[in-house]
Design a protein around this ligand. Structure first.
Ligand code: COA
Length: 185
């Protein structure tokens, strides 16, 4: 596999690496938490161990096929599993897109970790991968997730139906260098 983006990198507080079997325990705990899964799984229900193994396998296949994918993030000072964030090829309403996705352990919500992960991953997607745009979508009730997107410069584009449920769909376009490459506040 030729990685098109760094497989490992650090942010201010976090260390990122490509999702692997080593992440099973952290992911198992994330996936079995009903508070997290209410807005994450297609059914709104927690996932079992087989589904978590399947998720890891799909993430690994994506890295192998495309040279980018989902990273796991851990706290630098303690190696604690925080969650994941990444980029995934998908098709929405017949458009081939690169989707930004993320989830954080409920015990660590509200500390800016999703924003920290998303900022790094968006930069890699646009600067290193050279994507024309990135997209992200969430349930209309998921105000925290929409806020994470909007803080990274994603703009509402349309309502869509995804996994049989209404979602808001937002898009992040590269910001011209003359604008300083900084998303609007
Ligand atoms: C969405 C999620 C990733 C956010 O993680 P987080 O680490 O708490 O996010 P951050 O701390 O970086 O930022 C959250 C922002 O949303 C805001 N927010 C939180 N709850 C909110 C609410 N109910 N309404 C409006 N804004 C809200 C926070 O104030 C913060 O904005 P601010 O920085 O301007 O104060 C996390 O809640 C999660 O994992 N949810 C379950 C999985 C999920 O829904 N993933 C996204 C699927 S699209």
């Amino acid at each position: 596999m030729i990685a098109r983006v760094p497989e490992r990198f650090s942010t201010a507080r976090l260390v990122a690496g490509p999702m692997s079997d080593d992440d099973f325990e952290g992911l198992r705990l994330l996936h079995r938490d009903p508070v997290v899964m209410r807005t994450l799984s297609a059914t709104g229900e927690p996932l079992g161990e087989d589904e978590t193994r399947g998720f890891i396998e799909r993430c690994r296949d994506h890295w192998l096929q495309h040279g980018f994918g989902v990273w796991t993030f851990r706290l630098e000072f303690s190696d604690t599993f925080i969650g994941y964030c990444g980029l995934k090829r998908t098709t929405i309403e017949d458009e081939a897109c690169i989707e930004l996705l993320y989830a954080v352990r409920a015990s660590h919500w509200g500390q800016g970790y999703a924003g920290e992960m998303a900022a790094a991953v968006v930069r890699l997607g646009l600067d290193k991968l050279g994507a024309d745009s990135l997209v992200s979508f969430t349930l209309p009730v998921n105000a925290a997730s929409r806020r994470v997107m909007e803080k990274q410069g994603f703009v509402y584009e349309k309502d869509i139906v995804h996994a049989g449920l209404p979602h808001v769909f937002l898009r992040r376009r590269p910001i011209p260098a003359e604008a300083g490459g900084v998303p609007p506040a």
